[in-house]
Design a protein around this ligand. Structure first.
Ligand SMILES: *Cc1c(COP(=O)(O)O)cnc(C)c1O
Length: 429
């Protein structure tokens, strides 16, 4: 993307960008607190009126239909997970039958590893990276242990050279004959680095390795072509960029090539839909990604996603990405212009093709700077030890929000307002 030749650091310029922003109409559909600058949509997206409506529809269906809500409600629950999977498919470049909305990131990692990690002969190891999210690593270690394998030996974690990013070449160099599966994030949760999933999946396949990705920080922000790239499986949550609400049910992709593989963690919702109520003791699992569900869907935590996904379909994920890149670029320009001497470093990659949806600001006082920001109605999040994440969201953040955020940060630094807080994180950061 071209740099803004006309960039200037005035609020008028921010307002001008807002006027040109085709997504401004979506902003009005979200519940946005007045005079609050919400920069944490990468951790928990805000509620939209459409998501609220589809949640209320499911409550109404329960009220009006009782048990018959499963088949006869306005949003029938029995096929909800598959239907939402099909609606998610365009966001990740998948076929409808390759996607299902179920579980959480962590339970879905357990499912894909239970299904596809089959250590045999020399191939007994899982490859990940040292900057990976803790829950992913806990799940991998637990899976290794279930196979009687020592994680110390069988989990290989690619090192970062700079503490922020992972080089694809280093991942590929670690793909030995002992690796069965490579498991990586699409976008690193701290630095926001976007990995080249296509390159990694191809290199893995050349070496007889399966490639899986955690899309937590890319789904709803960045387009994907999982089917075409040949990614074997992927998981994500829907409560970050997809705005489905706290604890909203997650999602899973399994490539067509693997459909038909029996689920490692089976349950009656793994069944072919028309066989499920035969109540037989031999599972006839679905031939779609639906096979990797386990039990009854959490309907009230799924329903908001329906309304939310409608907005993504209308907006188009390519447009969302374009808009997100502009917003993060603008934010970085403002930060450099306004906060040059305040001791911040931008920790995310600068190139469009290598960065995700958030800006990673590093500062040794990050924990208490975040507290000061919150006191001034800017909502960032903090990731230990020194990262402030700021995520302008294409569908609901305005350029004026970004402008105000940076102005408030500037004031906090100039007046040293952060010094009245302790430099430690809160329980939920
Ligand atoms: C948000 C996030 C999680 C959270 O997992 P849940 O099972 O949904 O609680 C896991 N991994 C990554 C990379 C995340 O960003």
């Amino acid at each position: 993307m071209k740099a803004y030749t006309s960039f200037d650091n005035t609020i008028d310029y921010a307002r001008q960008l807002d006027q040109q922003n085709a997504f401004s109409r979506f902003r009005d559909e979200f519940y946005i607190k007045r005079d609050t600058y919400y920069m944490d949509g990468n951790s928990l997206g805000l509620l939209s009126k459409r998501a609220e409506r589809t949640l209320l529809n499911s409550l109404e269906d329960w009220k009006n239909f009782g048990i018959d809500g499963w088949m006869s409600g306005t949003q029938p629950w029995f096929h909800f997970s598959e239907r939402l999977g099909a609606l998610t498919a365009p966001l990740i470049g998948a076929k409808a039958e390759e996607v299902v909305v179920t579980g959480s990131i962590t339970t879905n990692i357990h499912q894909v590893l239970s299904t596809f990690f089959k250590p045999a002969g020399k191939r007994t190891k899982i490859l990940a990276d040292e900057l990976n999210f803790p829950s992913d690593i806990y799940a991998i270690k637990a899976q290794l242990q279930l196979h009687g394998l020592d994680p110390e030996e069988h989990l290989v974690q690619v090192k970062s050279k700079d503490g922020r990013t992972i080089e694809e070449e280093d991942v590929i160099a670690a793909m030995t004959e002992e690796i069965a599966i490579v498991w990586l994030p699409s976008v690193l949760y701290r630095s926001g680095q976007l990995l080249n999933m296509k390159m990694i999946a191809e290199a893995a396949h050349e070496r007889g390795i399966l490639a899986g990705f955690d899309l937590a920080h890319s789904i709803g922000a960045i387009p994907h072509s999982l089917h075409e790239w040949g990614v074997d499986f992927a998981v994500w949550c829907n409560y970050k960029y997809l705005n489905s609400g706290p604890g909203g049910v997650g999602g899973m992709f399994v490539h067509q090539n693997h459909l038909g593989t029996a689920p490692g963690l089976a349950g009656w919702f793994s069944s072919k839909k028309d066989k499920q109520f035969d109540m037989k003791h031999d599972l006839e699992h679905a031939e779609t990604a639906g096979a990797y569900q386990i039990g009854t869907p959490h309907v009230l935590s799924i329903a908001p996603l329906l309304g939310s996904l409608e907005m993504f379909e209308e907006a188009g994920i390519e447009n969302i990405r374009e808009s997100s890149l502009r917003m993060t670029e603008y934010m970085m320009q403002l930060i450099e212009h306004e906060l040059g001497k305040a001791g911040f470093e931008i920790g995310n990659p600068r190139e469009d093709w290598r960065r995700g949806g958030h800006v990673c600001l590093e500062h040794e006082e990050a924990a208490r700077i975040c507290k000061a920001l919150k006191e001034s109605n800017v909502i960032p999040d903090f990731r230990a030890p020194n990262v402030i994440r700021l995520a302008p969201i294409a569908l609901y953040t305005s350029y004026e929000d970004i402008f105000k955020t940076v102005q408030i940060l500037k004031r906090i630094m100039e007046n040293e307002e952060y010094k009245k807080f302790e430099n430690t994180r809160n329980v939920v950061a």
